[in-house]
Ligand binder design. Structure first.
Ligand code: LLP
Length: 420
């Protein structure tokens, strides 16, 4: 089964994103481009939302996974909250019509300017990651005559058993406040004039396939929350972060509905609003990176398929050695061979996949699947390459939701100093 099915499937050799053949998208809008299925996004939303029905909750979509305004707007319309990690992401959420009072602000290094912007907007809460951040926020809020709502991001010291680069919940990671230290920080927060305690949160990592560590983290949070509430700390919400993995290849992933149900059971009749911060599982399999084959070449034993997308468009294979399914988007035009799929960037790590069987010729379309999360948001202009266009397919309609960059944009803000 293709990751992204039933919204993204290959029929008679033609790749379809909802009702649009990839070829039709490419003919009209060119390549490379990220193509997203609205139906797949809405489906992912409902997997969480339906399972949470009946429990006070807020799904805070993790903006970093895909921050296009159209996608944020779609989730805002569905009732989402947002997990942000910068003033930039806050500005995007507000621009896209998201409600500030549904925003939670994570991150270990929030600047004073970011704190001010978030206080001004009136966000739901700051997820505090260090004692000194708490002091700083108290001071900044005081200067503004405001009271800052906070949650403490607790580091539950649970191993998410995922790639080391995206594991965040062990005590040696930079994230959160140590489990044993958290009660003292809460006690201190209680005394600060410009701080109001509202919750407790954790996030242990990303692309988590076996949900057991996520349950373990939730249990650690609940144990701590019970102690804190018994000591008179007023908690109103609990967030178990994001992290559920998706299928890129043949991974067995946790069922979202079953995961949510288990969290609800664990929560029991505690009067706490349940927050989640899913990113990848909301958007990852709702998008593909559509590219064109520029050059086919053979070197020694290797067959290279050089496409018009590269590591600057999709960084995950180069950074994490991540595996993405790569398929021909049109019917085979040549005998199937195994191809190393590479981009034109001058780096050996600019390899999107190795030994992929495809029956392709130059000029054909190739799609990199599961590219909806951490694709566009991690893209760059390396090698002075304009970033790809983004397209949202909604049934019969296709909307350009980000124009392809033009080269002149890339050095518009650069200045050659004038000499006297
Ligand atoms: N909440 C917090 C505080 C986070 O740091 C993250 C992701 C999430 C929620 C969302 O996690 P998700 O549901 O997407 O797993 N660039 C990497 C992933 C980095 C994730 C960082 N934090 C990748 O491409 O695999």
């Amino acid at each position: 089964m293709t990751p992204g099915a039933p919204f993204i499937v290959r029929k008679d050799g033609h790749l379809f994103i909802d009702q649009w053949a990839a070829k039709r998208v490419a003919d009209q809008l060119g390549t490379p481009c990220f193509v997203y299925s609205k139906a797949a996004l809405v489906h992912a939303w409902h997997q969480y939302a339906d399972a949470l029905e009946g429990t006070p909750h807020l799904i805070c979509y993790a903006v970093k996974a895909n921050s296009n305004l159209a996608i944020l707007n779609l989730f805002a319309q569905l009732g989402a909250g947002f997990d942000i990690v910068s003033g930039g992401e806050l500005a995007r959420v507000l621009k896209a019509g998201g409600r500030a009072d549904r925003v939670v602000f994570s991150g270990v290094g929030k600047t004073e300017a970011e704190m001010r912007a978030a206080l001004y907007a009136g966000i739901k809460c700051f997820n505090i990651e260090s004692p000194s951040e708490l002091d700083r926020l108290n001071r900044v809020a005081g200067e503004m005559g405001k009271v800052a709502p906070i949650s403490i991001r607790v580091n539950p010291d649970v191993d998410a058993k995922t790639h080391a680069h995206i594991s965040t919940g062990k005590k040696e990671n930079k994230f959160g406040i140590g489990y044993d230290m958290a009660p003292d920080v809460y006690a201190k927060a209680l005394d600060l004039a410009n701080i109001r305690i509202t919750g407790i949160d954790a996030h242990i990592g990303s692309q988590v396939l076996d949900p057991e560590p996520l349950y373990a983290a939730m249990q650690r949070l609940l144990d701590l929350a019970d102690r804190l509430m018994a000591d008179g700390i007023p908690l109103h919400h609990i967030s178990n972060g994001g992290g559920l993995g998706i299928q890129y290849k043949d991974e067995k992933t946790a069922d979202i509905g079953a995961y949510v149900k288990r969290l609800r059971d664990m929560l029991g009749d505690r009067k706490l609003e349940l927050l989640l911060e899913p990113g990848r599982s909301m958007v990852g399999n709702a998008g593909v990176l559509l590219t064109k084959v520029e050059v086919l070449k053979t070197a020694g034993e290797k067959n290279f398929c050089v496409i018009d997308a590269a590591m600057n468009d999709l960084a995950r294979p180069a950074i994490y050695g991540a595996w993405h399914e790569i398929i021909a988007a049109s019917p085979d035009s040549a005998p199937v061979r195994n191809w190393d799929v590479v981009g034109p960037v001058c780096e050996s790590t600019d390899k999107l996949g190795e030994g992929r069987p495809m029956g392709i010729s130059e000029g054909d379309l190739v799609a990199i699947l599961s590219a909806g999360a951490y694709g566009m948001t991690m893209s760059s202009n390396y090698n002075t390459r304009p970033r790809a266009a983004e397209v949202l397919i909604d049934g019969e309609d296709a909307f350009v939701i980000r124009k392809r960059e033009v080269i002149a944009d890339l050095f518009r803000d650069e200045i050659i100093p004038e000499r006297a």
